[in-house]
Ligand binder design. Sequence first.
Ligand code: AP5
Length: 214
Amino acid sequence: MNIILIGPPGAGKGTQAKHLMSKRGMVQLSTGDMLREAKTSGTEMGNLVADVMARGELVTDDIVIGLIAEKLDTLDGAGAIFDGFPRTLAQADALEALMASKGSAIDHVIEMRVDDDALVARITGRFTCAACGEVYHDTTRPPKVAEICDACGGTEFTRRADDTEDALRTRLMAYYKQTSPLLGYYYAKGRLEGVDGMAEMAAVSTQIAGILDK
Ligand code: AP5
């Protein structure tokens, strides 16, 4: 089964993708993570996108479509969770074509609905385990033991360069201008379903499980 999680920055896409990975053995394909990895490893492409990402703008379609095409070849039959991809209509068309070329398809597109007001608090309170990428929040999801990752025992945590109020405003604008038209695109294809992303994390997971299991 292949699914897309769609929603504004801070909607909880990464949190739910990690949950699905651990519960269902699916593979998270996050273009944001792939781009951050390229940035950290100092590749030419990573250097090219660093400023764009820090401002909160979208990187070019060619780059992210190329990243996804490479990863699709490594899935080995596992279900994919597309997290943060597609983000434009061109990316959505490219994904349809890529999946069709592999005899596969997207089964569910899940919109995570969160009030804009809640996003600032979520984004500015987020931190991530440097070792395994587990996502935490200062107030809503701190590690069970302070400064020790629940998932891997790591003790180093990072905060993203684009997790500021200024960059969030640009990211939100990019979402409404470039990504939200995808809701109509997938609705018209009969594949759009929604969950209440304002609910507690476990309740959001239950709603998503209900969609995947029906
Ligand atoms: P990307 O990394 O994809 O960021 P994003 O879409 O802005 O989403 P986030 O990762 O910020 O949020 P999320 O929905 O995963 O929330 P999370 O689970 O972490 O993209 C970054 C940049 O890369 C883009 O701006 C762009 O430049 C570039 N890029 C990436 N993909 C691209 C593409 N396809 N095309 C072009 N450019 C691309 O949760 C957030 C916080 O809230 C956490 O602290 C979490 O603990 C907390 N939280 C989660 N769920 C709940 C809940 N239910 N209740 C309370 N708190 C919660």
